[in-house]
Design a protein around this ligand. Structure first.
Ligand SMILES: Nc1ncnc2c1ncn2[C@@H]1O[C@H](COP(=O)(O)OP(=O)(O)OP(=O)(O)O)[C@@H](O)[C@H]1O
Length: 294
């Protein structure tokens, strides 16, 4: 349904944010994982017609996004990373306005539609409060509501759960996965667990390139039996780095641990662990593109 071919973008300051990006996305939820500065937002803004690429093409359901941006906008729901609001307008008024712009002309229909959306994101009882008086999480939920206006067929959400409390995060996940039944949903996030829980497909993105694309569980499984952990002193880390492919280092109960990738049992106190998508993600980021095994 969404076909991205050989997309390139270099900003005027010389940063190459997209380097020959090619991706095909079907209906359902697609997770985009990558470190800060990988180019995720650049890709999303380009798909959302907010910026031009230098070369390449994006086709969604027969719409050529670069040649027919207006057509795409009619069926697009987009929640950017930094979502600004008009502070002196209530959520209900703002959604009503956006609904009008999106072509819902019947007043009664629009009212019901907006009320339904406000219920979905749990803001109905705050519908008359000015957006400027919303908390960060409430503003984010408003952003989600505006992205869902007009039954979009392509939904792009850039780190949508940042700032949501666990309950609201769950609620939003349920909503997103419902939407994924009828739309292409692209979810950019740093939360690896969200991708494994929600997405049928995903890509790891780094330095403007797609390193790997596939089903999260299948990608994760490619490291089965090859991830080992050990409790170490922090000072040992540098030495280990020269010997092993370090996937991650972290604290558990105040103790310092490393996870490493190894084809064979490294001994030396390392124990095999059941690996996660997070291990796979770090494996991709830490290895060079041509060495990723999946
Ligand atoms: N308007 C711009 N002008 C110049 N460079 C930019 C611009 N926007 C982004 N960049 C650079 O392009 C690269 C990709 O940035 P982008 O925001 O797409 O990454 P990201 O994966 O979304 O990062 P994050 O996870 O931190 O949001 C970065 O090096 C960034 O500094």
């Amino acid at each position: 349904m969404l076909s991205i071919q050989s997309l390139n973008k270099t900003y005027p300051n010389g940063t190459q944010a997209l380097n020959n990006v090619t991706l095909t996305l079907e209906k359902g939820m697609f997770g985009l994982l990558g470190p800060n500065g990988a180019g995720k937002s650049s890709l999303m803004r380009t798909i959302a017609t907010l910026q031009q690429a230098d070369s390449g093409s994006i086709i969604f359901d027969g719409i050529d996004v670069f040649k027919q941006p207006e057509e795409l906008r009619k069926i697009l729901g987009y929640l950017p990373q930094d979502f600004g609001v008009y502070p002196k307008v209530s959520a209900e008024m703002m959604l009503n306005h956006i609904a009008k712009v999106k072509g819902i002309t019947n007043k009664q229909e629009r009212k019901g539609y907006v009320a339904d959306l406000l219920q979905k994101v749990n803001l109905y009882k705050f519908r008359n409060r000015n957006l400027g008086d919303y908390s960060g999480g409430m503003r984010q939920r408003f952003g989600i509501a505006q992205a869902l206006l007009g039954n979009p067929k392509l939904i792009i959400v850039d780190e949508p759960t940042a700032g949501l409390d666990p309950l609201e995060r769950n609620r939003f996940h349920n909503l997103l996965s419902e939407l994924g039944e009828n739309a292409v949903v692209i979810l950019s996030t740093h939360i690896v667990d969200d991708v494994i829980n929600l997405c049928q497909n995903m890509a790891v993105f780094n330095e403007g390139k797609i390193l790997v694309q596939g089903n999260p569980q299948e990608l994760s499984n490619t490291l089965n039996g090859k991830v080992y952990k050990k409790q170490i002193e922090k000072s040992e880390l540098e030495n280990l780095q020269s010997e092993y492919i370090i996937l991650s280092n972290y604290l558990r109960g105040g103790q310092f641990y490393v996870n490493i990738y190894s084809e064979t049992d490294p001994g030396e106190g390392f124990e095999k662990v059941s690996n996660t998508l997070e291990d796979f993600y770090f494996y991709c980021i830490n290895k060079k593109e041509e060495e990723v095994i999946a």
